[in-house]
Design a binder for this molecule. Structure first.
Ligand code: ZN
Ligand code: ZN
Length: 808
């Protein structure tokens, strides 16, 4: 007997490290730019935020991408799997502040930026290592960072081009403002939370008659900003107020009483105040009725000089203070608690305000119809994810505000002429450019000749960086490779459909007149073991590195594939990872056993194959067909479950057991079939579990096909078999299984010979008489008789018409 070619214990650490290193050294997964023969397949990999910690959700997202990349490579695509890092933004600034124990305002801006870069590089290092340990087939030569000057140049150029097209403008509009972060934020960055809060009933006087009118509001601290009172025109209670005015208490200002059908008669008293700005409705009414603006809140969330006694107080305190004052003056009728939705900052969870601000905007509302038109043509996997995008787009009220009052971000490449007000956009050839620190590229204003030029100090929303990734991956603007654009695949979680997918569509249409991707592959979220969202503060957080340490990448990846259908949420399960691991151990052991028998032999003729051989080839062929079709449709759960079921329960549990006696006799046909089936199985498995598959191929199965790696071998095609014989083979497998159970029940060791096995059947008499070889061999029966007369002791469960009896 030949030697085993695999160690007894499957040491995943050794195997995974070895192949990750080898693949990288060989440059196996590099995109071959010069190769014009094969079709390309390009992936717009989401550039993660470098937080330093790879979340299980990220790992799931990346596993999905890698399944596709590996499958497509085996289908002979020239696969482009790039990798970038979305460095900028508030989260980084906040983390750096925490790391250095100082606020941004306490550090010199250039020094703070240097620290942001330094920490970002460190965090990228940690995450890069984690991604590599996951066995992702990324082309690391493509790696980029959005904080690097070359990426700045691209983001800034995209800004300049959209500005020239009139799709970016500067203007004063209401924006959502985070008073804690002191910056404008986009609608996509607002998180809505349900809160119980008091509703205050406040007495106003009608100026003309002196009678009281009571309004209800949750924001009494904005009384100083009140510019009108509104009621519904169909509200009988207020009919007499037509054309009259109200006096704002405390501030004693006269404001019009407006009749507007959008006022909810059932809210409070049916009379409300309009102020600058309590909510989005205020913005609408202010525009519609052409009301003045009175701002009460400063950029850092305190009450300003317009608010009299409230001046200097933080918003929450001002609310309590004004309620007190109103109560003292007898102007507060009552308060009651109501449930209402409060918009908060996605980063710091502070309630956001709406303030009129001079900011930069993308003209997104004008493009949204086109965005939806194009989005409908995209292949959404699963299809219902399109609805999420549509709902989001249809609910967008305002243009996308892209300027941020922060530091660590791509600068807006603009100057202003202080004399004529001209906006001076930095010319493309001078990019990248940082107006905050570089010297201006203009000597004087081209419009009026003034030398009085000032820089824009605001920076861009980080989504301006990451919403051009597909184009950047394709080489835009320098060496645009049209094969890579639009990207074939856009893989991301459903939580960022409203940001990443939406902004990519918007920017693709604005800059290139088309979407930046063809298929959107949407994954669900990974929940904690308790089913809640995974969060460190819930105590249900699982670190990817912990899973990789205990089980390795292959087990984790296979669990990811099997855990849920594409787009569904996944609950993290140690049992699930353990199940995947046990399967890989099973395959390892099967390959190890096989390694002592199999060698490459010339293919036998179809006639030489036994019935059971035909059966396993049929099962293999069917598995190849189904796995292929599932992978074509991005259905990883279907594909992996089918493959595991075949490999574990058909190949290992049945076929391998049945042919052991033939292998030990040196049967050339059995050797051939086993090698073929194992090879094809491992090829498919390499999509999910590449390391163990490679080890088995290189150590056990490598033959005259001489593939450099199993992970780049040609995807298996269906195999030939005889359908009739396969059918009989299936019966033989069932009979053998029952025969083994019979031996077990009779306490006869499987290895011990029995004198006779009798099979009773009328329906399968003829074919079974030709198929007794494997039955006799496997059950070690000296004689097998197939007869139509009589009945055995035990029925074969899958074929109850067939019964068997066994003679020791
Ligand atoms: Zn904030
Ligand atoms: Zn000028």
């Amino acid at each position: 007997m030949a030697e085993f070619k695999l160690p007894k214990v499957y040491d995943f650490k050794l195997v995974e490290e070895k192949w990750q290193k080898t693949w990288e050294e060989k440059g196996l997964y590099r995109f071959r730019r010069e190769d014009r023969t094969r079709p390309t397949f390009s992936i717009d990999t989401p550039p993660p935020y470098p937080s330093g910690d790879l979340h299980v959700g990220n790992a799931l997202n990346f596993s999905y991408i890698d399944f596709v990349a590996r499958y497509k490579r085996m289908r002979d695509y020239n696969v482009f799997f790039p990798q970038g890092w979305d460095c900028h933004g508030l989260p980084t600034e906040v983390r750096v502040e925490r790391a250095i124990g100082k606020r941004r305002s306490e550090v010199d801006p250039l020094e703070f930026l240097r620290l942001c870069k330094e920490y970002t590089l460190k965090w990228i290092g940690d995450m890069r290592a984690a991604l590599k340990r996951l066995g992702l087939s990324i082309d690391w030569t493509t790696e980029y960072m959005t904080m690097n000057p070359d990426y700045w140049r691209r983001t800034q150029l995209s800004f300049v081009e959209m500005y020239k097209k009139g799709l970016i403008y500067r203007g004063e509009h209401p924006v959502i403002w985070c008073p804690r972060c002191e910056t404008a934020i986009a609608e996509a960055e607002v998180e809505y939370v349900e809160k119980s809060r008091p509703l205050y009933y406040i007495k106003f006087k009608v100026a003309e008659t002196g009678e009281d009118v009571v309004i209800a509001t949750t924001r009494p601290e904005l009384l100083a900003s009140c510019v009108a009172v509104a009621v519904n025109p169909t509200d009988e209670r207020y009919r007499s107020l037509q054309g009259k005015h109200a006096v704002v208490p405390i501030y004693e200002r006269k404001v019009p009483i407006i009749f507007d059908e959008d006022v909810d008669k059932t809210f409070g008293t049916g009379a409300v105040m309009i102020c600058t700005y309590g909510d989005k409705t205020d913005v609408k009414w202010q525009k519609k009725h052409n009301l003045p603006l009175i701002i009460s809140i400063t950029d850092n969330g305190r009450m300003n000089g317009n608010t009299g006694p409230l001046q200097g107080l933080p918003i929450e305190e001002a609310r309590k203070k004004i309620a007190e004052i109103l109560r003292e003056k007898g102007l507060l009728v009552k308060t009651e608690n109501i449930q209402s939705t409060v918009g908060t900052c996605w980063r710091c969870h502070t309630p956001v305000e709406i303030l009129p601000k001079k900011q930069w905007f993308v003209k997104s509302t004008a493009l949204n119809e086109k965005v939806l038109e194009e989005a409908k043509r995209i292949n959404w996997v699963p299809p219902y994810m399109y609805k999420r995008l549509e709902n989001w787009v249809l609910n967008l009220d305002w243009d996308w505000v892209i300027s941020r009052q922060r530091l660590f971000a791509t600068p807006i490449p603009v100057y202003y002429c202080k004399d004529c007000g001209a906006e001076l956009v930095v010319p493309p050839e001078k990019l990248p450019h940082d107006p905050r620190f570089d010297s201006p590229p203009f000597e004087k204003c081209p419009k009026c000749g003034s030398k009085n030029i000032v820089p824009e100090r605001d920076v861009m929303d980080t989504w301006m960086d990451s919403s051009i990734t597909a184009a950047v991956h394709a080489g835009w603007p320098d060496n645009f490779d049209e094969r890579l654009f639009p990207a074939d695949l856009q893989p991301n979680g459903y939580d960022i459909i409203r940001t990443w997918d939406y902004y990519l569509l918007l920017r693709g249409i604005a800059l290139f007149g088309k979407p930046q991707f063809k298929t959107a592959l949407i994954n669900g979220m990974v929940r904690g073991t308790d089913g809640r969202m995974m969060h460190k503060s819930y105590g249900n957080y699982v670190a990817v590195t912990e899973v990789l340490e205990k089980y390795g990448a292959d087990s984790f990846r296979l669990w990811v594939a099997m855990a849920a259908s594409t787009g569904q949420d996944v609950r993290f399960s140690w049992e699930g990872v353990d199940y995947a691991h046990r399967f890989l151990v099973k395959i390892w052991n099967a390959a190890r056993l096989a390694s002592s028998f199999i060698e490459e032999v010339p293919p036998p003729s179809m006639e030489e194959l036994s019935h059971v051989d035909h059966w396993i080839l049929r099962e293999l062929s069917e598995t190849i067909r189904q796995v292929t079709s599932s992978l074509e449709n991005y259905q990883f759960q279907e594909a992996s479950q089918r493959l595991v079921d075949f490999a574990w329960h058909k190949l290992c549990d049945h076929y391998l057991e049945i042919i052991k006696y033939r292998l030990s006799q040196g049967d050339r046909v059995a050797k051939y079939v086993l090698r073929l089936v194992l090879l094809r199985t491992i090829q498919m498995l390499s999509v999910f579990a590449p390391h163990v598959s490679e080890e088995i191929y290189q150590e056990v199965l490598k033959g005259s096909e001489n593939w450099e790696s199993i992970t780049t071998s040609p995807w298996p095609e269906q195999v030939e078999y005889d359908a009739e014989k396969a059918k009989t083979g299936e019966i033989v497998v069932a009979i053998i299984a029952e025969g083994r159970r019979a031996k077990h029940d009779a306490k006869i060791p499987l290895s011990k010979e029995i004198s006779k096995l009798t099979i009773y059947t009328t329906m399968h008499l003829e074919e079974l008489r030709k198929a007794t070889g494997d039955i006799a061999g496997t059950l070690r029966a000296q004689k097998v008789e197939v007869t139509s007369s009589g009945r055995g002791d035990r029925a074969v469960p899958e074929y109850p018409e067939i019964t068997i009896s066994l003679q020791p």
